[in-house]
Design a protein around this ligand. Structure first.
Ligand code: HEC
Ligand code: HEC
Ligand code: HEC
Ligand code: HEC
Ligand code: HEC
Length: 428
């Protein structure tokens, strides 16, 4: 008996030692961030001089002549990519590590430090010196005009025949997805086992059906418009600088078609009725939801009685399931690929002579979980309220005999945008 105990103790000690050594190894090999360092993410866009004919690199200086574009950009999340309270809270959590800035404030002019090397190639060992040309007000502009348009003292654009008070050069990337690639194809690192990378919107688009139809990211995120692109200039076909996404309920609703159907007219009694909620990603060129792995859709069924008490219910989450520790491992993905559907079923036996029951069905979009949000408030200084959950669909079905089998579809399934035209109606 004693021998057994001491053997068990020895075994436990060795096991603990092995586990400890493994955890130590993991913590040494583990990246301090949840993504990998592709070469173009390692560096800021090199310092840019102010092009001739423009007062400064700031968006406001461009806005003097490109008023409408400036006003649109100002309302976009690109303009808030640095001030964004969620970015600031997560950045604090990540101890203000330098690499985030290469996408959230991508120009060297926007960054307080110049990173010249990484000791041993490790992301948390940057070799740096203060940036003498750091412009704090430009930093607060996040993804500012110059981040996409200014290189080597020249303003790059999609036309090539414009007559501007500043030098211009045609750049084909503006009419392709390449201009979005650097920041929207976030890769994974070694020892990170994602299906495609932490924010893989670009890869999802490439693998999906829209590319072959001639769509690019701009088709849906920068609606086409005809107008003078600069005050007093000729009318041209250009695009609105709006980039609506997960923070805009109207944009998310454009992605989703919902229908609800019962397998028979509801009868009271022992037999169950099954309702099927069909969610179709009819309008996003990538997964729904995409981007930041915090995003998810929640579908809820509830049977509520006349007094408002919940008699039965069921909830389903459509998201990526990721084990974050000790290694990053994505073990499931229930998001909806472009033009695909998911059926979610709920069964309930409506009790005999139970009057006044109603089935509530709701679909909502979440930027992050309430728990993660509360943690950002508690630990990482999130002090302003950020809207982070939106209802996309809501239906109340009385559970009586003869309720029509098929509830009306919330929206007919049809593509929400075309490669050209048809756009003004979308944005009103
Ligand atoms: C003093 C007025 C003025 C200022 C300031 C100005 N622009 Fe322009 N820009 C113009 C005019 C005029 C055109 C040509 C319009 C046309 O031909 O339709 C133009 C053209 C452009 C084009 C199209 C180039 C092409 O050929 O595809 C881009 C892009 C552009 N500007 C971006 C910017 C950015 C970014 C800034 C700020 C760094 C800026 N502009 C500042 C007046 C200005
Ligand atoms: C320099 C990096 C960079 C480039 C280039 C870039 N983006 Fe972004 N984009 C970001 C970052 C960073 C955010 C998130 C900002 C935040 O929420 O703090 C973002 C957010 C978005 C959003 C989400 C908006 C929301 O409400 O959640 C959309 C849509 C988007 N970008 C589309 C595009 C498209 C289309 C292109 C190409 C024309 C593009 N972006 C180019 C970095 C970039
Ligand atoms: C995330 C990258 C990005 C940012 C930031 C950005 N633009 Fe653009 N811009 C584009 C793309 C892509 C196009 C090409 C649209 C098209 O196909 O006509 C474009 C086109 C333009 C044009 C030509 C007119 C048109 O509609 O095509 C002007 C002028 C312009 N941008 C000015 C600005 C100004 C001013 C800002 C800042 C207030 C700005 N841009 C910010 C990506 C960007
Ligand atoms: C067919 C239209 C369509 C195309 C093409 C498309 N998108 Fe979207 N995108 C949407 C819709 C609708 C949403 C809102 C629903 C969602 O989040 O999936 C969205 C959401 C987003 C978001 C918000 C994610 C977040 O975390 O909040 C980003 C970022 C984005 N798209 C980037 C891109 C990029 C980059 C491309 C090109 C590689 C692209 N989109 C192509 C329609 C489109
Ligand atoms: C390779 C480019 C890239 C890098 C590097 C990067 N981000 Fe982002 N980030 C994005 C893009 C693109 C989005 C928006 C679309 C999405 O959800 O994918 C985004 C969105 C976010 C959001 C969501 C913001 C919101 O309002 O919902 C947070 C938070 C964030 N990033 C924090 C960070 C932090 C912290 C770091 C550094 C550890 C970082 N990012 C590094 C590209 C990047």
């Amino acid at each position: 008996m004693r021998r057994l105990t001491s053997r068990t103790a020895l075994f436990a000690l060795v096991a603990a030692g092995v586990v400890g050594a493994l955890l130590l190894l993991v913590s040494i090999l583990k990246s301090p961030v949840i993504f990998g360092l592709r070469d173009d993410i390692k560096h800021a866009i090199p310092h840019q001089a102010v092009p001739e004919g423009v007062a400064s690199l700031s968006a406001e200086a461009c806005g003097v002549c490109h008023r409408e574009i400036y006003d649109e950009w100002k309302t976009s999340i690109h303009a808030q990519a640095f001030d964004d309270p969620l970015f600031q809270a997560y950045w604090r959590k990540d101890k203000h590590i330098w690499v985030c800035l290469n996408c959230h404030t991508p120009l060297q002019n926007q960054q307080p430090e110049v990173i010249t090397d990484l000791q041993g190639g490790r992301i948390n060992r940057p070799v740096s010196h203060p940036n003498p040309d750091f412009d704090p007000s430009l930093q607060r502009e996040g993804i500012t005009c110059a981040a996409c348009h200014v290189r080597d003292g020249v303003i790059l654009g999609p036309f090539g025949d414009s007559v501007a008070p500043h030098p211009t050069r045609y750049d084909a990337r503006f009419r392709s997805t390449e201009i979005c690639y650097t920041c929207h194809a976030v890769p994974s690192d070694r020892f990170q086992f994602y299906n495609g990378g932490p924010c893989a919107t670009f890869m999802e688009f490439e693998a999906g059906p829209y590319k072959a139809k001639g769509y690019i990211c701009q088709t849906c995120h920068m609606p086409e418009v005809e107008r003078p692109i600069a005050e007093g200039g000729p009318v041209r076909k250009g695009r609105r600088h709006l980039w609506r996404g997960g923070h805009d309920p109207d944009q998310i609703k454009r992605a989703l078609t919902v229908s609800l159907a019962a397998d028979r007219p509801v009868l009271t009694g022992a037999r169950r009725t099954t309702w099927t909620l069909t969610l179709t990603n009819s309008g996003a060129g990538h997964m729904l939801p995409t981007g930041d792995p915090d995003r998810y859709l929640l579908a809820e069924f509830e049977v509520v009685d006349a007094q408002g008490r919940v008699r039965a219910g069921q909830r389903m989450t459509l998201s990526r399931s990721i084990l974050w520790w000790p290694v990053i491992y994505e073990y499931a993905d229930t998001r909806i690929p472009p033009l695909a559907s998911r059926d979610l079923a709920f069964s309930y036996a409506v009790p005999i002579r139970d009057e006044g029951l109603t089935l509530h069905v709701r679909v909502s979009y979440h930027i992050l979980t309430e728990r993660a949000y509360a943690r950002l408030q508690r630990k990482y200084g999130l002090s302003v309220e950020v809207p982070h959950a939106f209802t996309l669909y809501e239906e109340r079905v009385p559970l009586r005999e003869g309720t029509p089998q098929r509830q009306a579809a919330a929206r007919p399934p049809r593509p929400r945008c075309a490669p050209s035209g048809e756009w003004t109606a979308w944005w009103g």
